[in-house]
Design a protein around this ligand. Structure first.
Ligand code: PS7
Ligand code: MN
Ligand code: MN
Ligand code: MN
Ligand code: MN
Ligand code: MN
Length: 352
């Protein structure tokens, strides 16, 4: 296991870890234990994308200002001394943008081969986010089709997987064969992003944002807001099942992807978020509380998952099977998605 060497760190390196801690709930610890070769590149990658996402998420920022910022962020983030102080005061990650100049100092020290990957992904993600930010302005209903939902997930998470995989292979910490399987990489990102979007539905609704596709929710309620009315709880839970089923389809490909990782610290880094995601999916499944408030797995479960995700692929497969079985047991025969969920859980339970 690797640990940061705090004594040898420059002030700007320390600042990067401070903003990593401040802005990441789930990734900070695992990033800080990465193989030293990838420690700074992945930290910088995270902070660039977190900065970009802070601009995307800021609903007080006018679209005429937001769009060019998103589209050009990959160039803006290279300008020495650049900082951004216009985020709304309630923006939780605004401090990162206020002190972005310190991230830029470290960004300039990243190996060119790694930096090229970081810049390419930031470019593609920013432009994808911009397409959807415009769309949200003109269409208060958000995304229409499941394929639009999945394209959004590609921009904000599938691309992260692509960039990380290229970093892992470039540093020889993953099998290059992973580069020939972009479908597996895409599933790694899609699974995390879809679970995040399902779980955060209430918080996003409160903020006036919707990521669930109309093609799905319109089968259960006439208007998006109706999904949150207490009298529609049963319909909302059935709709939730369809969203869970859609996410669950990525689980087996995530297990295949993890078989391509050669380095223990990289394995831990990719496996921990995935096991947390399947546990979160089990927690939200058939759980009406998700429409009232933000729900989270317990500290105890998170600790157990950390231990299990830092061993080997066999143990991680066991975790996936365990949660698939629990989802299977909670499955409701009255649910229109009952058969499909049952089949999908069966597939994971029988995996290798
Ligand atoms: C570079 C580690 C490992 C092949 C900031 C990791 C926000 C779920 O929206 O912060 O605030 O609720 O709870 C992470 C694939 C991306 C996908 C995406 C960069 C896994 C900007 C994570 C993370 C690919 C867009 C965080 C996708 O959730 O979100 C690095 C392999 C950032 C990964 C966002 C979401 C990540 C997310 P929110 P959270
Ligand atoms: Mn966002
Ligand atoms: Mn966000
Ligand atoms: Mn500063
Ligand atoms: Mn979210
Ligand atoms: Mn979050």
């Amino acid at each position: 296991v690797h640990r940061r060497d705090v004594k040898k760190e420059t002030p700007s390196e320390k600042a990067c870890f401070k903003y990593l801690d401040l802005t990441s709930r789930s990734f900070s610890a695992v990033i800080q234990e990465l193989n030293p070769e990838l420690l700074m590149p992945v930290t910088i990658f995270y902070l660039c994308l977190r900065g970009l996402d802070t601009i995307e998420d800021d609903m007080t920022l006018d679209i005429e200002k937001k769009e060019p910022l998103l589209r050009d962020f990959h160039n803006i983030m290279e300008q020495d001394g650049w900082t951004f102080t216009e985020s709304g005061p309630n923006e939780k990650d605004r401090e990162l943008l206020v002190h972005f100049d310190e991230v830029i100092v470290e960004m300039k020290k990243v190996k060119p081969a790694y930096y090229a990957i970081i810049k390419d992904i930031t470019d593609k993600m920013g432009n994808g986010m911009a397409d959807y930010a415009r769309n949200a302005e003109f269409n208060a209903n958000g995304v229409a089709l499941v394929k639009d939902y999945e394209l959004y997930c590609h921009y904000v998470a599938g691309l992260v997987g692509d960039g990380l995989t290229r970093l892992f292979v470039e540093s020889k910490l993953a099998n290059p064969v992973l580069l020939t399987r972009p479908d597996l990489t895409e599933s790694m990102g899609q699974f995390l992003q879809k679970v995040n979007i399902i779980r955060d539905v209430r918080e996003d609704w409160d903020d006036g944002r919707r990521f669930w596709p109309k093609e799905t929710w319109s089968q259960y309620v006439d208007n998006w807001d109706d999904l949150f009315k207490p009298e529609n709880r049963q319909k909302a839970v059935f709709c939730q099942s369809e969203m869970v089923l859609n996410a669950l389809k990525h689980a087996d490909e995530c297990l295949f992807y993890m078989a391509g990782i050669r380095d223990q610290s990289v394995f831990n880094f990719v496996a921990i978020p995935q096991t947390m995601a399947i546990a979160t999916l089990e927690l939200v499944f058939q759980n009406p509380a998700m429409f009232d408030r933000n729900i989270k797995i317990t500290k105890g479960d998170a600790c157990q998952l950390m231990i299990e995700s830092t061993q080997n692929l066999r143990i991680v497969c066991d975790v996936f099977r365990r949660y698939a079985r629990r989802i299977h047991q909670k499955n409701d025969p009255k649910d229109p998605n009952y058969m499909a969920i049952s089949i999908q859980c069966g597939k994971i339970e029988q995996f290798i």
